[in-house]
Design a binder for this molecule. Structure first.
Ligand code: NAD
Ligand code: TYD
Length: 350
C-alpha cells in the first residue's frame, strides 16, 4: 500500500490526478495537502471525499510544522508536488507569492522529505519526490524547433522564473544528496475543473454568457495543448518508471494559435448550443507583458523510455472539455461569483 502526498490536489491538474489515481489503483493512499487559495476548490473532489483511501488536509506547503507532522504520522512514499501559484497574468501583478509558494514551498517539501527518507548511505527504497513543472521554464520558441529536456532554461515571466527556481532546487537535491527525484515539464493542459482565468475555460464561460473574448495582442501566440488526463497518465508512468534524477518533457504536438482556439470554441458552441455565439464576441486587448510567442514540446524521451503518448487528440479533447463545462454550469457559476469576478474587473480596466 503506497502512500502519496499530493500537494495542490484541489486545483485543476491535482484534482484530475487524484481522480485518475483512485480510479486506477485500489491499493494506494492519497493525502491531499492544499492551502485552498482562490484556485483550490473542494468541489473538484466531492465525489471522492468519502473514499477510504483519500484524505484532505488544508494547509500550506511552506508550513514546516504541518509538513513534518504529515511525514511523522504517515509513511509517505511519494510526494507529487502540484501546489503552485500557476497563472502568468497574476505573476506579472504580484510576483512575491509566486516565489514564496513555488520556490520556498518546494524547498520546504524537499527538505522535510529528505530528512524523513534519508538513511545511512542513501535513501530508503521506493521513495520519490515528483516535481510537476512546466515547459514555460524553457522560455519561448521561434517559428521552428521544439523544447528538449536539454534546452537551456530561459524563463521570462515571474511565474516561469519561480518554477525554474523550484526545478533547480529539485536538481540540487539530486546532485547534492542523491535524493530520488523526477521533474516533469508539461505543455498547456486543458480539461475538466480548470479555473476560468486560463484561456480555454475563460473562453467557454464568456461565450456561454455572451461576454467579450479577450485576445491578447494579435492572437498569433502558439501553445501546445495537452488533455489533462494524458498528463496524469504521464506523471503516473514517471513515478513508476522514470529514471532517478531525470527530467521528462510531456506534450503531444498539438500546437494551435490562440485565435485557432478561440474560433474552434466559437464554432462548436454556435453549431451545437447557441447561435448567438459568434466571432463578434472576439475583442483584441492589450498584449501580456513579455508574452512568450510559442511553446512546443519534443516528447521523444518519455515516449522512448516509458512508452507514453497522448491518447486524446485536440479535436476530441476540446469537445469533451466544452461538454464538461456545459454539464457543470453550477461549478462554474459558484467560482465566478467570488474572487475571479473582482480579478477580471481589474483586468478589463486595461
Ligand atoms: P491551479 O492553480 O489550478 O492549482 C494550484 C493548487 O495549488 C490549488 O488547489 C491551490 O489551492 C494550491 N496551492 C497554491 N498555493 C499553495 C500552497 N502554498 N500550499 C498548498 N497548496 C497551495 O494549478 P494547475 O493548473 O492545476 O497546475 C498544477 C501544477 O502544474 C502547477 O505546479 C503548475 O505550475 C503545473 N503546470 C500547469 C500547467 C497548466 O497548463 N495548467 C502546465 C504545466 C505545468
Ligand atoms: P494561459 O491560459 O494563461 O496559459 P499560459 O500563459 O500559461 O500559456 O494563456 C494561454 C494563451 O492565451 C497565452 O498566449 C495568453 C493567451 N490569453 C489570451 O489571449 N486571452 C486571455 O484572456 C487569456 C487568459 C490568455
Amino acid at each position: 500500500m503506497k502512500t502519496y502526498l499530493v500537494t495542490g490536489g484541489a486545483g485543476f491538474i491535482g484534482a484530475n490526478f487524484v481522480h485518475f489515481m483512485l480510479n486506477k489503483y485500489s491499493d494506494i493512499n492519497i493525502i491531499n495537502l492544499d492551502k485552498l487559495t482562490y484556485a483550490g476548490n473542494l468541489e473538484n473532489l466531492k465525489d471522492i471525499e468519502a473514499n477510504k483511501n483519500y484524505s484532505f488536509v488544508q494547509g500550506d506547503i511552506c508550513d514546516k510544522k504541518l509538513v513534518e507532522k504529515l511525514f511523522a504520522e504517515n509513511e509517505i512514499d511519494y510526494v507529487v508536488n502540484f501546489a503552485a501559484e500557476s497563472h502568468v497574468d497574476r505573476s506579472i501583478k504580484e510576483p512575491e507569492i509566486f516565489v514564496k509558494t513555488n520556490v520556498l514551498g518546494t524547498v520546504n517539501l524537499l527538505n522535510i522529505a529528505k530528512n524523513a527518507w534519508q538513511v545511512e548511505g542513501g535513501f530508503k527504497q521506493g521513495k520519490k519526490f515528483m516535481q510537476v513543472s512546466t515547459d514555460e521554464v524553457y522560455g519561448s520558441l521561434g517559428k521552428t524547433g521544439y523544447f528538449l529536456e536539454t534546452t537551456p532554461l530561459d524563463p521570462h515571466s515571474p511565474y516561469s522564473a519561480s518554477k525554474t527556481g523550484s526545478d533547480l532546487m529539485v536538481k540540487a537535491y539530486f546532485d547534492t544528496y542523491k535524493m530520488p527525484v523526477n521533474t516533469t515539464r508539461c505543455s498547456n493542459n486543458y480539461g475538466p475543473y480548470q479555473f476560468p482565468e486560463k484561456l480555454i475555460p475563460l473562453l467557454i464561460n464568456n461565450c456561454l454568457n455572451h461576454k467579450n473574448l479577450p485576445v491578447y495582442g494579435d492572437g498569433m501566440n502558439i501553445r501546445d495543448w495537452l488533455y489533462v488526463e494524458d498528463h496524469c497518465k504521464a506523471i503516473d508512468m514517471v513515478i513508476n518508471g522514470g529514471r532517478i534524477g531525470q527530467v521528462y518533457n510531456i506534450g503531444g504536438h498539438n500546437e494551435r494559435t490562440n485565435m485557432q482556439i478561440v474560433k474552434t470554441i466559437i464554432n462548436y458552441l454556435n453549431e451545437n448550443v447557441d447561435k448567438e455565439v459568434t466571432e463578434k464576441l472576439i475583442t483584441y486587448v492589450e498584449d501580456r507583458l513579455g508574452h512568450d510567442k510559442r511553446y512546443g514540446i519534443d516528447p521523444t524521451k518519455i515516449k522512448d523510455e516509458l512508452g507514453w503518448y497522448p491518447e486524446t487528440t485536440f479535436e476530441v479533447g476540446i469537445k469533451k472539455t466544452i461538454k464538461w463545462n456545459l454539464d457543470n454550469k453550477q461549478w462554474m457559476d459558484n467560482i465566478t461569483t467570488g474572487d475571479y469576478q473582482n480579478y477580471y474587473k481589474n483586468m478589463y480596466k486595461k
